[in-house]
Design a protein around this ligand. Structure first.
Ligand code: HSE
Length: 438
């Protein structure tokens, strides 16, 4: 860092929803940031796809470019902020900037989940720091919490509501009974969804974040193929209503934990029933919450806005403040030694939880006994059974079972037999039930 007063010269790649928020809020709180970091945080170059596009932030035309390479090659840029999204171009951008010896701030969970191992290694080799607070849970400082505040802990488990769009949609379905598509359109309108909202609703945005949390907690970058991810596309208003009547709420839940009894790690994302008296069930709308259990601290809970322009730009700016302080103090890659390395991912078939199973069954004697016979043979206990009295005679009626803890493999095998029964329709729903106790 040269010159006086001290400056952090920022090259911003991407001026979409979050990029515009970073630009706007750096100006809004410029004085505060200067006082706190000892440096002026100044955007000196901005790379955009279309310089003529109308935006709600006023960026001087002379600092706009259509090529992110200019940011990387510019000796006047100290730190590159990658907010272009996607994987391939973003990887190219981040790795080029690190190779050029620049600090990098990214909010891109997809590129970290897919290529994080290489990028972290490159950051270490180049002694160029890589910051990623905005990649998980929007405005919640969960990366710093796990890396810094909980550094003295082995992490036992993390349960997180880590996709604001899905949580917004499920909340609207639960509270207002409005349809999935309508709720998704609202989330897009509010700027919560990804450029490609498929990643929000198919669970992979949360899956990417879970992979990053697993790396921070257990020291290993899991390959996306090792992570089980189910989104909320198939959650119906019927299941939302049954869950509530049974004392639960459906949330898209990310689970990152040490598998009980062995040294494997379990990382999965799925719409799950969680007890209505658990604090996570009250996390509504775009809010995220991450419950982290450490072996020293016990239970902690981090809550806040999980998406949106201002919340996410707050996280990017916190990384820029770190970058400024490290630059002033001549600190390069700060490095990070995660907690242990548990080596292997637990196969999905071995993951254990309770289950909610909704079937459509013929309303005739003996059907329940046939189903109970199959679950019994597979050693799966039935916790409760609900069969609402039909308002009018119907050939098929819903039958909902809550199952005791069992492995996914056992439940899948039993379900295949159940669906083969003549009295059971193909249409069904199988969701996890999480007690969140360990
Ligand atoms: N689309 C993401 C979400 C943005 O809804 O959570 C924050 O990562």
């Amino acid at each position: 860092m040269d010159g006086s007063p001290k400056q952090l010269r920022i090259g911003l790649a991407g001026l979409g929803n979050v990029g515009a928020g970073v630009f706007k809020n750096l100006l809004k709180n410029a004085e505060l940031l200067h006082e706190r970091t000892g440096a002026e945080l100044r955007v000196v170059r901005v790379a955009v796809r279309d310089p003529d596009r109308k935006r709600d932030v006023d960026v001087p035309a002379e600092i706009l470019t259509t090529s992110w390479r200019e940011l990387v090659d510019d000796p006047e840029v100290d730190v590159v902020v990658e907010l272009i999204g996607g994987v391939d171009d973003a990887f190219e951008l981040i790795s080029s900037a690190l190779r050029a010896g620049k600090a990098v701030v990214t909010g891109n969970k997809a590129v970290l989940a897919e290529r994080g191992k290489e990028l972290v290694q490159l950051s270490e080799e180049q002694n160029a720091p890589l910051y990623c607070e905005a990649a998980v849970a929007g405005g919640i400082p969960i990366i710093k919490a796990v890396k810094e505040a909980l550094v003295g802990n082995h992490i036992d488990s993390i349960y997180g509501i880590i996709n604001g769009t899905s949580n917004y949609i499920l909340t609207r379905m639960t509270a207002e009974g409005i349809a999935f598509e309508e709720a998704l359109a609202e989330a897009q309108e509010k700027g919560y969804a990804e450029a490609d909202p498929a990643l929000d609703v198919n669970g992979w945005d949360a899956g990417h974040k879970a992979i990053i949390l697993a790396w921070l907690s257990y020291g290993r970058w899991l390959h996306p193929d090792e992570v089980s991810v189910t989104g909320i596309e198939d959650v119906s208003l019927t299941d939302v209503a049954f869950a509530i009547s049974l004392g639960y709420e459906i949330k898209l839940l990310g689970v990152v934990r040490k598998a009980p009894g062995n040294e494997r790690i379990e990382v999965r994302v799925a719409p799950s029933l969680i007890p209505r008296d658990h604090i996570l069930s009250s996390v509504d709308g775009v809010f995220n919450a991450v419950a982290v259990r450490g072996d020293v601290v016990g239970e902690t809970l981090f809550y806040g806005s999980g998406a949106g322009q201002d919340a996410t730009s707050s996280a990017v700016i916190s990384d820029l403040a770190d970058a400024a302080e490290n630059l002033i103090n001549g600190v390069g890659c700060t490095g990070f030694v995660p907690h242990g390395d548990f080596g292997q991912a637990l196969p999905l078939a071995d993951t254990v939880s309770g289950y909610y199973l909704r079937l459509g069954v013929a309303d005739q004697p003996g059907v329940l006994a046939q189903i109970a016979n199959i679950t019994g043979r597979h050693g799966i206990g039935i916790l409760s059974v609900v069969q609402p009295e039909p308002e009018a005679p119907a050939a098929h009626i819903p039958l909902v079972l809550l199952l005791h803890d069992a492995s996914q493999g056992t439940v899948d095998a039993a379900l295949a037999e159940i669906l083969d029964l003549g009295a059971v329709q193909a249409d069904h729903a199988l969701l996890r039930v999480e007690s969140l106790k360990s």
